[in-house]
Design a protein around this ligand. Structure first.
Ligand code: ACM
Ligand code: ZN
Length: 752
């Protein structure tokens, strides 16, 4: 190997190399990394050599860097700059990467370890290498010593290509970005009510009929009346497309798991082949979102159909797993179908849930006989199931916990941490999304291992996955906006695990990583300079504080309604709130505003900043504002029930006690409830409010809009108000979330 003395580095012009850069940005953070002072010159003609078994890793690095590769010990090879060597002491994806004056040494026990090292190498190279126009000239690689391995063996990203369809070129870009972040599973959601997206020869109507819909909903699913665009929409991947993607992923050490979502989410299948439905139903490829009654009837011809479909699909996917969906299967038709009811009797099943288990078991056996294991959404646990399945826990972590306790494997993808179709910012100007609120920090804090599992049970939690459902994402750019940067935060939660850095450290690296995302032409969301506020009731009087995710920023603010300038007050200490106040703020760098305008109205009222007790506690996923969020003068977002101003309760009735501090003349209590039924959120049945010595005033709640405002007349002198909220209860079976308790979300309690 050739060494490259330090003094020559200053002669960069001579060598055409980059000037030495600050510490490299490594995401996900390596478990152990020691960075040296010096640099190795990775010259344009540098040779990459590899030992037996590591050729794919060398080829990939060769491809990223435009440098030649050769097997090690090829007698004609010149001195090498990079050596991929087998080290049998390193298992799985474990790798060691050392750069010193002799060059780059990569050691691993398997090609997958070497492939992860290639991605770390990529992070050590200048960002410019990522651009198509780069000549990938000589580059200075920092001396470094890394020993690295993942916390979790399953690190997945999902993409829904049914609701919207994305070209192969984009799917490959997505997979390459996954590889960069050391994800190792691509979950390809290929079928759903809104379109079947994989070529099938034996049942060609799946494509000619099932891959196309007449039109698509415009706006949000909750908007009334619904509007449609009137434009036919569709497409599917040919078998060659699929093979191209699978090979592209394989070359990066990424397994592709196809999902064929059955027995529900099957409108597109049944539009093409109504004969696999319970009798007399006709379905069309869905043009709107949500869930549908369409469900496969578990009759012999349906299983023959599935057998034939899998025989066509499986040769395309070397993965050990096939995802068979199983989520949100509405049982209404099974209840009414003589065939289904006869099957329930014949097999001594208790109900339609056990019939779903029967269906899934038959598919699991079918796939087992073809050498595959199944993954299913956590609904497949309902009605009992064999230990052959791996559970993907999405409706919370409970499904994964139940699976692990039963000795089954599980992958954690709870909506509250892993659904990247949820809003990521509280800004009203964000692109339309399904709802919810999942900010970057919450993703970063995700731990796939829930509390309460012992060591053996925890070993069944294989890892986690980010899900990108695309109802509201109709272009690659829209997908990138929702996936980035949250997918980067998730990569660190899954790769670095308990050894991850703190969020501030992550954000500071992310700020510098943006340059690489720019080079890769990723349309990421950029909320790092976004100003956030927090209400304080621990100070001597109610006050409000401002901050950004990035440390050390200069935030200037006003309270007189004007837009802040470089001369406005800098935020240094909490702002006292004594009357109705509008705080406006901007981040300034050298007198130039670099953030969007932050604006927060605070409306004081008789309950403002008073003592409030809530029972039971809000659900841990939706409690960030704490009880004080009910009386801090700040309304929740009109679109994001997951923000810190809404408090969420899952299935519980809620009792609230408000102490006004002294006897007060109260006329009304007003509040708002969120009502977004597609996400299982329902305005409650009733609210009652009781003043001291008075009978409670009970109001029944009308549930018409997404935001439901109630105004309860009180007209009493009282110190205490006792508020009881009776939730919606169980969601009916035929609706999304059927059979589960509804969520209740409560906003500010305004006392006047
Ligand atoms: C799902 O989000 N229906 C798995
Ligand atoms: Zn049936």
């Amino acid at each position: 190997m050739k060494s490259f003395p330090n003094f020559l580095l200053s002669l960069c012009l001579f060598y055409g190399c980059q000037s030495p850069r600050p510490d490299p940005v490594i995401v996900p953070a390596a478990i152990d990394a020691i960075i040296g002072q010096d640099f190795f010159a990775f010259k344009k003609d540098a040779l990459i050599v590899y030992e037996n078994g590591l050729k794919d890793a060398a080829l990939l690095l060769g491809q990223y860097t435009n440098r030649p590769t050769a097997p090690k010990n090829n007698p004609t090879q010149p001195e090498s700059a990079v050596v991929f060597a087998i080290d049998n002491a390193l298992s799985g994806e474990h790798y060691k990467l050392d750069i010193d004056k002799t060059g780059v040494s990569i050691k691993s026990g398997s090609v997958n370890g070497a492939l992860r090292a290639v991605q770390t190498m990529r992070l050590l190279l200048p960002e410019e290498f990522e651009t198509p126009q780069s000549d990938k000239g000589s580059a200075a690689l920092p001396f470094i010593s890394i020993a690295d391995a993942p916390a979790f063996s399953y690190r997945g990203m999902h993409l829904d290509v049914s609701r919207h369809f994305f070209p192969v070129a984009f799917v490959k870009k997505y997979i390459d970005l996954m590889a960069l972040l050391k994800f190792n599973v691509f979950h390809w959601h290929l079928t759903d009510d809104q379109g079947w997206r994989i070529e099938i020869d034996g049942f060609s109507k799946l494509n000619s009929v099932g891959s196309f819909r007449d039109e698509t909903l415009v706006g949000h699913y909750n908007d009334a009346p619904a509007k449609y665009d009137g434009k036919p929409y569709g497409g599917y991947y040919s078998k060659d497309d699929i093979s191209e993607v699978v090979e592209f992923a394989r070359a990066r050490g990424i397994e592709v798991i196809p999902e064929i979502d059955i027995p529900g989410h099957s409108s597109a299948i049944l539009a093409a082949y109504p004969e696999f439905s319970c009798k007399d139903h006709s379905d069309k490829v869905a043009t709107t979102w949500g869930i549908f009654d369409a469900i496969l009837c578990p009759k012999p011809e349906t299983f023959e159909f599935l057998d034939a479909i899998f025989d066509e699909i499986l040769p395309l996917f070397p993965s050990k797993y096939v995802h068979i969906g199983g989520d949100e299967a509405v049982k209404t038709r099974w209840l009414q179908c003589p065939n289904c009811q006869a099957l329930i009797k014949q097999n001594a099943l208790k109900n339609e849930y056990e019939l779903q288990a029967y269906f899934v078991q038959k598919v699991a056996d079918m796939l087992d006989s073809k050498g595959k294991s199944i993954i299913g959404w956590d609904e497949i646990l309902e009605g009992g199931l064999s230990d052959k399945a791996t559970i993907m826990s999405w409706r919370g972590v409970e499904g994964g916990v139940a699976a692990a306790k039963a000795g089954m494997d599980a992958i954690m993808t709870p909506t509250s941490y892993c659904y990247f179709d949820y809003y990521q910012s509280e800004k009203e100007s964000e692109p339309l999304a399904i709802g919810g609120f999942l900010p970057l920090q919450k993703v970063y804090e995700f731990n796939p291992i829930p509390e309460g599992l012992n060591e053996n049970e925890s070993a069944h939690i294989l890892g986690g996955q980010g899900n990108v459902w695309t109802e509201y994402l109709d272009t690659p750019q829209a997908v990138e906006y929702m996936a980035f940067p949250r997918m980067i935060a998730l990569s660190e939660a899954l790769w670095s695990g308990s050894k991850r850095k703190d969020f501030k450290n992550f954000v500071n690296r992310l700020e510098r990583f943006k340059k690489r995302l720019d080079a890769l032409a990723v349309n990421y969301a950029n909320h790092l300079y976004e100003i956030k506020g927090v209400f304080n009731d621990s100070t001597s009087e109610p006050s409000y504080s401002l901050f950004t995710s990035l440390e050390g920023q200069c935030i200037r603010f006003t309270t007189d309604g004007s837009t802040p300038t470089a001369k406005s007050l800098e935020f240094k200490k909490p702002i006292p709130i004594r009357q109705n106040t509008t705080i406006k703020a901007l981040v300034f760098q050298e007198e130039i505003p670099v953030s969007d305008l932050f604006e927060q109205k605070i409306q004081t009222h008789l309950g403002f900043g008073k003592t409030v007790i809530v029972s039971p506690n809000p659900h841990s996923s939706y409690s960030s504002g704490g009880p004080k969020a009910l009386v801090n003068g700040i309304e929740g977002s009109n679109k994001r029930f997951g923000d810190s101003e809404w408090l969420g309760f899952w299935g519980d009735d809620v009792s609230i006690s408000l102490d006004l501090g002294e006897e007060t003349d109260v006329q009304t209590l007003s509040t708002r409830f969120f009502n977004s039924n597609g996400q299982w959120v329902y305005a409650p049945k009733t609210i009652s409010v009781q003043a001291d010595g008075q009978a409670p005033v009970v109001m029944t709640i009308q549930r018409e809009n997404t935001l439901v405002t109630v105004r309860v007349p009180i007209h009493a002198k009282t110190r205490f108000l006792k508020i009881e909220v009776v939730g919606f209860g169980m969601i009916p079976d035929h609706l999304q979330g059927g059979g589960h308790p509804a969520w209740t979300f409560i906003d500010e309690l305004i006392i006047e």
